[in-house]
Design a protein around this ligand. Structure first.
Ligand SMILES: *[C@@H]1O[C@H](CO)[C@@H](O)[C@H](O)[C@H]1NC(C)=O
Ligand SMILES: *[C@@H]1O[C@H](CO)[C@@H](O)[C@H](O)[C@H]1NC(C)=O
Ligand SMILES: *[C@@H]1O[C@H](CO)[C@@H](O)[C@H](O)[C@H]1NC(C)=O
Length: 821
């Protein structure tokens, strides 16, 4: 819960109504000088102005909900099987252990659940940290054709594999293979049920077919985009020949209820598995489910096929498109093995060619680790459709943003299985190296979410399935809140790559109006009190409970900023992001032959080192810093129990921690050394000759400040808020732990400064080598020990912590190993 709170920023309050939003058009009145007419029409005017007033209110309320007027970069048909057949089907449901859907608003979905019938049976379906799996994740996944996943449950392992085969007009066929094996091959077989399901999402239909013994033999179906199709269940292998079948055909009200439907259809009933020997074994089997009556026809049809057998086993499920007429053989058995082998080989080859890890001295196990990290980034890509809930100054109640599709990677399949704006910029740095087409697609989807003002909602909670994972109070997005424009990082990398040519130019022509509006939105709504200064809006206003009010919009949630939020603040990280954005925009103008002098000017001003020093160099701290109304002397103290008079009784409220200010704040630099101080270096705004650079490198290497044997910590040990809780429930988040996205930027900057001539070149180069070795060694060690990549790493022990698996930006370790910056 506390983590939820961090990223969502639902508890934020709106910034004061100082927004630089264009003012609504003022009513124009031409008052006729003829007094008689004036009298006659005066009553009309009253009515008119009332009308005008409500019109203005209405248009102000509609404004944030109005999408950007320029044509979408990706028209709705672009995801269709006709235009993009190879990406139509995919593992686009990262929130479940194994499932597939199409890139359609209301896709037919397929998925897997399983349940071990020994011990206390527990159903596995959506990725949950509380399931306590020793590990799960993609070992290989190329983002397009196939995937191989390993899931280690308690006492046994499942491999879930899929492979697609193009053919016909509706995205082709695919097959699944699930192999189960006991951890200890000599132990007696464990009874496991696999449950394969297929569900419609308010569109399309399914028809189950039975064989002579009353078992489900196959399912046929149709949907708008899939046409006709058949799902087959070939005879399983293994299981000692003792196989039991059950099925359920029902409806449910939305995909997010599938787990509950299965659970409640099984809980009431024990059935008996008749084994060949006459022994009987009890197990949970699907029985019946009576859907609660619900008005409206918006329901999912659901068919579930349950297979119960002893380990080890191997079971397949086949999806065949009716439009695929020249199918050589079914994609099953040997044919499936061959196809999987082919894709494995291709991926290994492409991986080798792209990243060349063997040449860089990595052993096969490390290469496999790296390949898994990439595969989890790609296998974590999802396709979502729905509306964000937003609020604005003119919409005091939450309102629905226009429904939109989003094809994106996600930070974490268990904890954050949805799109986050600034995470995606980092994700795309890796995805673009592997398959630029996927990166262009995601980038386009994100920019197409922009509204007419240039705002993109920061966290994308689209559709009921996504929304069911997020507590209601955290769902709402405020239209004044930004998030770092990391998409510019990704865009620059994409444009610099050798083969960007045609795809890049086509994209830029379509995207240009949006990029301009996006840039302007930042430049006009997040500007600071002085020229060329910037300030994150939407900081927490609660100065009583929080040791330091959070700045979720910056992405660095609880990183210490000015103790007393005010309009006087200026944030050095945002200023550096704007320098980057200006530079990329200027480059784009050049590529398109547009006038980019405005951006060039801004870039020059924002990268002017003496202006930077003047605005952000804190001499006493010896580092770059934010500026604002600030005091160092704040502490959390336990308040005295207070009597609270309720309606009928008097209770004593439990004493909580409240903030006590020991010394009044004043306008000054914020004394915190950490990731924010590094930004002029991270985004390479600092001149290689700057004496500040030498200073910064010393702090970076100082173990009493930022250096650890596992990576660069987020906040210096010497800072007063180092590892301090923000409230009694909020663990330190960006106040010490090591984050991989920032370490990637540190390495990238060291690599760069290590190559340009200057007084600090050698120092940068040697720090680069040392940090790279540390970071890779620790992530690899943690992965081997714990089975996962993590959200962050402990700066004292290197242990992975926070949520897991976190194969969003922590997967940038691939680029670090490959030295791709
Ligand atoms: C499975 O069935 C075979 C015969 O078909 C029988 O010999 C064996 O004991 C059964 N195994 C279990 C665990 O019931
Ligand atoms: C950004 O805003 C500043 C201050 O309003 C303005 O001077 C500058 O021209 C703007 N930059 C661009 C590229 O529009
Ligand atoms: C700083 O914050 C304090 C406490 O809220 C306030 O009284 C003071 O006026 C602020 N100072 C400035 C310069 O804004």
């Amino acid at each position: 819960m506390t983590q939820e709170r961090r990223r969502h920023g639902g508890s934020e309050q709106r910034s004061p109504p100082s927004s630089r939003r264009p003012a609504p058009p003022a009513p124009r009145r031409n008052i006729v000088s003829n007094s008689v007419v004036l009298v006659v029409i005066s009553s009309c005017l009253v009515g008119l102005s009332a009308f005008w007033f409500s019109y203005v209110k209405w248009s102000q309320a509609m404004r944030p909900l109005t999408l950007h007027p320029s044509p979408r970069i990706l028209p709705p048909s672009s995801s269709s099987p006709a235009v993009s057949p190879s990406l139509f089907w995919g593992s686009y449901r990262p929130q479940v252990y194994f499932g597939m859907k199409t890139r359609s608003p209301r896709s037919v979905v397929t998925g897997l659940m399983w349940i071990s019938q020994s011990g206390t049976p527990s159903l596995r379906h959506t990725c949950e940290q509380s399931d306590g799996l020793a590990r799960y994740g993609w070992l290989m996944h190329d983002g397009v054709n196939f995937g191989v996943q390993e899931i280690k449950d308690k006492g046994y392992t499942l491999h879930t594999e899929f492979v697609k085969r193009p053919g016909g007009q509706h995205g082709g066929d695919w097959s699944w293979r699930i192999s189960g094996s006991p951890e200890d091959p000599s132990s007696p077989g464990r009874l496991v049920s696999l449950l394969f399901y297929v569900a419609t999402d308010g569109q399309g239909s399914l028809t189950p077919h039975m064989d002579g013994r009353g078992h489900l033999s196959h399912v046929t179906g149709t949907s708008e985009e899939l046409g006709g199709f058949t799902l087959r269940f070939p005879k399983p292998e293994g299981g000692d020949g003792n196989i039991s079948y059950n099925h359920l055909v029902t409806v449910c009200h939305g995909l997010h209820h599938i787990t509950d439907v299965v659970r409640s259809s099984m809980s009431n009933r024990f059935t008996h598995l008749s084994s060949g020997s006459g022994n009987k074994q009890r197990y949970f089997g699907l029985d019946t489910y009576r859907p609660p009556p619900q008005p409206g026809s918006d329901h999912s049809q659901l068919v579930i096929h349950q297979v119960t057998m002893y380990l080890p086993f191997q079971i397949e499920m086949l999806f065949e498109s009716d439009s695929f007429l020249q199918r050589p053989v079914s994609l099953s058995g040997r044919a499936l093995t061959t196809e999987l082998e082919k894709h494995r080989r291709n991926m290994a080859e492409h991986f080798q060619k792209t990243f060349q890890l063997e040449e860089k001295g990595f052993i096969p196990e490390q290469v496999a680790f790296s390949q898994a990290a990439l595969s989890n980034m790609l296998g974590g890509m999802g396709y979502f459709y729905g509306s964000s809930l937003i609020q604005s100054q003119h919409n005091p109640e939450p309102v629905a943003y226009p429904p939109s599709p989003l094809y994106t990677a996600v930070p974490s399949r268990s904890f954050f299985p949805r799109g986050f704006l600034w995470d995606e910029g980092f994700h795309l740095l890796l995805i673009a190296r592997w398959n630029p087409t996927l990166a262009w697609q995601s980038l386009s989807h994100w920019l197409d979410l922009m509204n007419a003002d240039g705002w993109i909602p920061r966290e994308q909670i689209l559709g009921p399935e996504s929304r069911s994972k997020v507590p209601a109070e955290f769902v709402i997005q405020w239209d004044e809140n930004a998030n770092p424009p990391t998409l510019f990082l990704a865009l620059r990398q994409l444009l610099e790559s050798k083969d960007a040519g045609v795809e890049g130019l086509r994209f830029l022509r379509l995207a240009f109006p949006r990029l301009q509006t996006w840039y302007n939105w930042f430049n006009e709504t997040q500007n600071g009190p002085l020229p060329y200064t910037y300030r994150w809006r939407g900081r927490d206003k609660d100065t009583v409970r929080f040791l330091n009010p959070k700045t979720l919009t910056s992405g660095l949630d609880d990183y210490p900023r000015a103790s007393h939020p005010s309009d006087d603040e200026r944030h050095v990280d945002l200023r550096c992001w704007m320098a980057l954005a200006s530079e990329v925009m200027a480059d784009i103008c050049k590529l398109l032959g547009e006038d980019g002098s405005r951006y060039k000017e801004s870039q020059m001003a924002l990268s002017d080192n003496s202006l930077l020093d003047q605005l952000h160099w804190a001499e006493k701290l010896g580092a770059y810093a934010d500026y604002g109304n600030h005091t160092q002397r704040v502490v959390l103290e336990r308040e005295r129990p207070r009597a609270v008079t309720g309606q009928n009784s008097q209770t004593v409220s439990p004493p909580g921690l409240i903030r006590v200010v020991r010394k009044p704040p004043k306008l000054q630099f914020v004394r915190a050394l950490g990731y924010v101080s590094l930004f002029p270096f991270l985004l390479q705004i600092l001149s290689p000759n700057s004496p500040r650079l030498g200073h910064l490198l010393e702090d970076l290497r100082d173990a009493d400040k930022l250096w650890t044997p596992y990576g660069i910590r987020s906040l210096s040990k010497s800072s007063s808020l180092y590892m301090q809780r923000n409230t009694e429930h909020d663990l330190p988040y960006w106040r010490g732990p090591i984050w991989i996205n920032m370490n990637y930027l540190v390495l990238r900057a060291l690599h760069k400064y290590g190559q340009i001539e200057g007084p600090h070149q050698n120092r940068a180069a040697s720090l680069y080598r040392e940090l790279r070795v540390n970071l890779v060694a620790n992530l690899y060690r943690q992965y081997k020990e714990t089975g996962y990549l993590w959200e962050q790493y402990n700066d004292q022990t290197g242990r992975g912590q926070g949520c897991f698996p976190f194969t969003g930006w922590s997967s940038l370790v691939v680029l670090v190993m490959a030295e791709e910056y």
